[in-house]
Design a protein around this ligand. Structure first.
Ligand SMILES: [Zn+2]
Length: 147
């Protein structure tokens, strides 16, 4: 199955914008997903590929959150940046179309990278991770610190 081209605009992945969403794969209403803030099997028909992808995105968000809370470098700008983007990724996982949501995030990180933002190194890592997630690959392990 090929994904796209897409019609219409997806809502930006934020915590408040996925209310009333339906899964773009199976058409299931994402009530439990919305209520709990994580992808829920109950909202999908068995074997729904979008659910699998949502889980992958969620898993990465969780890893990111772990790295962001490691004692070394706690409170650093990089950890704050990772923490913030862990939230964005969780939100992306809960949208009706997690693939499109991570693609949009990948574009956002790419832009941050290109303008040489302070967290360009982290942005590049997240961009690559989102690109991997969008093509259903496992993202590279998260590096705790540059180098
Ligand atoms: Zn589904």
């Amino acid at each position: 199955m090929m994904y796209g081209p897409w019609d219409g605009e997806a809502p930006a992945p934020s915590r408040n914008s996925f209310r009333g969403n339906r899964c773009a794969g199976c058409g299931g209403e994402l009530d439990l997903t919305n209520a709990t803030g994580r992808p829920r099997r109950e909202d999908h028909v068995p074997g729904c590929k979008f659910f699998d992808r949502a889980l992958k995105v969620m898993r990465y968000a969780k890893e990111l959150r772990q790295v962001a809370s490691e004692p070394t470098g706690r409170g650093s700008d990089r950890q704050r940046y990772l923490q913030k983007n862990a939230e964005d990724l969780s939100a992306a996982a809960c949208t009706g179309d997690p693939v499109r949501a991570v693609k949009r995030l990948a574009e956002k990180y790419k832009a941050e990278c290109e303008k040489g933002a302070k967290q360009a190194e982290a942005a590049e890592m997240l961009m690559q991770a989102c690109q991997a997630l969008a093509s259903c690959k496992d993202p590279a392990p998260i590096t705790p610190a540059p180098g």
